[in-house]
Design a binder for this molecule. Structure first.
Ligand code: PRP
Ligand code: URA
Length: 216
């Protein structure tokens, strides 16, 4: 039986019909690399539209062809998008389409195939990270180990205002991430049933990194 996550206040499924439709196409085993990449990017853009609805605004003066008025623009430091390598890279372009001025950091983590524990191999974040809104992206939230470690690393570097966005989440990973980082809002495109014995998400979509980069 799958784990209940309905009590978690910092978890939201972005279940827009366009997101749901594109996730179905993503799951399909017959979807090839080209289309898979395009879908990941489109879903990331649609999800970011919703996840960033709390962006701060400030009024500036603008002269229209008719008159001058005050009108809002996004304020504050530029957003940092931080993909977890490799698969998170597939979500960056879609978000940059919406927020072209965003900075991009990178965190390198891989899951050990035997223990399923994450191992860190790279971390480079935009400076200063402490004042920026940060969105950590990875298509898959399985056990939650990679996401928890990535956010630990960002916090060690001073990051404070952090969101996490994934396309498919397992209840196990959602609970672990939300409880480890209650200050981080976690967004998923779909909450799947469970993890299997080798910690893959069911029904899931297989190995996101391999499907994005065509490595299998
Ligand atoms: C996948 C996925 C996540 C991680 C999720 O990456 O992209 O980063 O597994 O699993 P977890 O929630 O159990 O930590 P993987 O380690 O396979 O590396 P890759 O992106 O290089 O393929
Ligand atoms: N990583 C993936 O790419 N897929 C899964 O189902 C679990 C972890």
């Amino acid at each position: 039986m799958s784990i209940d996550v309905s009590d978690l206040k910092n978890f939201q499924v972005i279940d827009h019909p366009l997101v749901q439709h594109k996730i179905t196409m993503l799951r399909d085993v017959s979807t090839g690399t080209n289309q898979f990449r395009a879908l990941v990017s489109e879903i990331a853009m649609l999800m970011a539209y919703e996840a960033f609805r709390d962006m701060p605004l400030e009024d500036i003066e603008v002269r229209t062809p008719i008159e001058t008025c005050m009108s809002p623009v996004i304020s504050g430091r530029k957003v940092a998008i931080v993909p977890i390598l490799r698969a998170g890279l597939g979500m960056v372009d879609g978000i940059l389409t919406l927020i072209p001025s965003a900075r991009v950091g990178h965190i390198g983590l891989y899951r050990d195939p035997e223990t399923h524990e994450p191992h860190e191999y790279y971390c480079k974040l935009p400076d200063p990270i402490s004042e920026r809104p940060i969105v950590v992206v990875d298509p898959m939230l399985a056990t939650g180990g990679s996401a928890v470690d990535a956010i630990n690393m960002i916090k060690e570097h001073g990051g404070k205002n952090i969101k996490f966005m994934c396309i498919i989440a397992a209840p196990e990973g959602v609970r672990k991430l939300c409880e480890s980082h209650p200050d981080v809002m976690v967004y998923a495109g779909h909450l799947d049933r469970e993890l299997n014995s080798i910690k893959y998400i069911c029904p899931g979509l297989g190995d996101a990194g391999d499907r994005i980069f065509g490595t299998k």
